[in-house]
Design a binder for this molecule. Structure first.
Ligand code: T4K
Length: 374
């Protein structure tokens, strides 16, 4: 039985990549904002519909440096959600801020904007919402709150490559947005990431922060990091970008097939489609109501393995319950996130996932539910 994993990296034809990297053997210019780096940044600005985009080694470093670059007073509070990958919370903590966790919305698992204002204190400096699974946060409402309280907004848009709201690129909301171009993402540069922003001063700061804080050969103006995307990764990005529309369309077909099969199954909740939002079909989460379905999320996760189907519990456990934060946060402050994290399962999804495999996965889910109920 062939194993089906939760995702599989998109790759361009090998010859296309070889052609793209050939010139590197002539130039010997492998990193430090080379030609491919610059070409990719420009191409992505256009594709994503954003004003300015800077490339990084990965999404995490990009987010961490964006938070550093805003130069907010250390020790202050940053409102975010715990229903995310470790990166979001770690980026806040590693910058010396205190994460304050806001609960999430039941319908799309993003930050519940109606609960943000109650968490704002005189210590709050920023909001870091997550467009989780590519679902768009309530960007307009969040901006209004931020404006009222003079807060910065940095989106974790790791999952939201290519998502648009009423035609506007998702990366244009807030003060900055971070995209991840990790191998597992809709668009990948093997490892990679980006920050989209509007403020030229922040742009200059981030250009320096990702290169050790170096201003010129004789001057270092920031305690920076090394987060420059290299030319081989940028080349992968240039190739993958040529195919990404097709990839997203194929992902859309997989998602439609899943929806057609699963909508009917009692106890399986599907991620709501958002009006006015062009989706990227980054993930396919299902929410299990154990008493209706007949089995818990964990039981389904284990049982699917017997069929060779390897799903993932993105995002369980929630970040405010991580061992590394023991004693620092109270998970019961985000009861919805806590509950949803025990009920959510992300099913296999990638452009080349054969529709017959989707049929097989759905048949297995049905069978497991029936078996457990009887
Ligand atoms: N914010 C959010 C909300 C995020 O989700 C992430 C990353 C970040 C920030 C940080 O962005 P980056 O710094 O990573 O750019 C994976 C990814 O490593 C991570 O990028 C991603 N989120 C997270 C949700 O998923 P794991 O530990 O679950 O990945 P792993 O190695 O178990 O791979 C999952 C599946 O992907 C495998 O079963 C097969 C497939 N795969 C994996 C790799 C590594 C491939 O097909 N090719 C590959 O090269 O974290």
């Amino acid at each position: 039985m062939d194993k089906i994993l939760v995702t599989r990296s998109s790759m361009p034809p090998m010859e296309e990549y070889m052609e793209e990297i050939k010139g590197l053997w002539d130039s010997h210019w492998l990193t430090n904002m080379g030609e491919k780096h610059q070409k990719l940044a420009k191409a992505l600005e256009e594709y994503l519909g954003v004003e300015k985009l800077l490339l990084f080694t990965n999404g995490h470093n990009a987010l961490e440096l964006a938070l550093q670059g805003l130069d907010l007073p250390k020790g202050r509070e940053v409102i975010t959600t715990p229903f995310t990958f470790a990166s979001t919370t770690h980026a806040i903590v590693r910058n010396g801020f205190k994460p304050v966790f806001c609960d999430i919305r039941e319908d799309n698992y993003t930050i519940d904007e109606r609960k943000i204002e109650a968490l704002i204190t005189d210590q709050t400096v920023a909001i870091v919402p997550v467009h989780v699974y590519g679902n768009l946060c309530a960007v307009e409402e969040i901006q209004k709150i931020a404006d009222r309280h003079h807060l910065k907004v940095i989106y974790d848009a790791a999952h939201a490559f290519g998502v648009r709201k009423d035609g506007k690129g998702v990366g244009s909301f807030g003060d900055a947005s971070m995209f991840s171009f990790h191998a597992t993402k809709v668009f990948n540069t093997v490892e990679g990431g980006a920050i989209c922003l509007h403020d030229p001063a922040l742009e200059l700061t981030l250009e320096r922060l990702k290169n050790f804080g170096i201003r010129n050969e004789e001057e270092v103006s920031f305690v920076g990091s090394n987060a420059k995307m290299n030319e081989f990764c940028a080349a992968m990005g240039l190739c993958n970008l040529r195919h990404v529309d097709e990839e997203i369309a194929k992902r859309g077909q997989v998602v439609s097939r899943y929806r057609a099969h699963l909508a009917e199954i009692s106890g399986i909740g599907l991620n709501a489609e958002q009006e006015g939002v062009k989706p990227n079909y980054a993930y396919f989460p299902i929410r299990i109501n154990a008493s209706q379905f007949g089995a818990s999320r964990d039981a389904l996760y284990e049982a699917l393995k017997e069929y060779g189907i390897f799903t993932r519990k993105y995002f369980y456990p929630i970040t405010n319950s991580f061992a590394c934060y023991e004693g620092r946060f109270d998970v019961h402050e985000t009861p919805k996130a806590l509950q949803i994290s025990t009920e959510i399962l992300t099913l296999p999804l990638y452009a080349d996932l054969p529709l017959e495999d989707v049929d097989r996965i759905c048949a297995a889910i049905k069978e497991i539910g029936q078996r457990k109920r009887s």
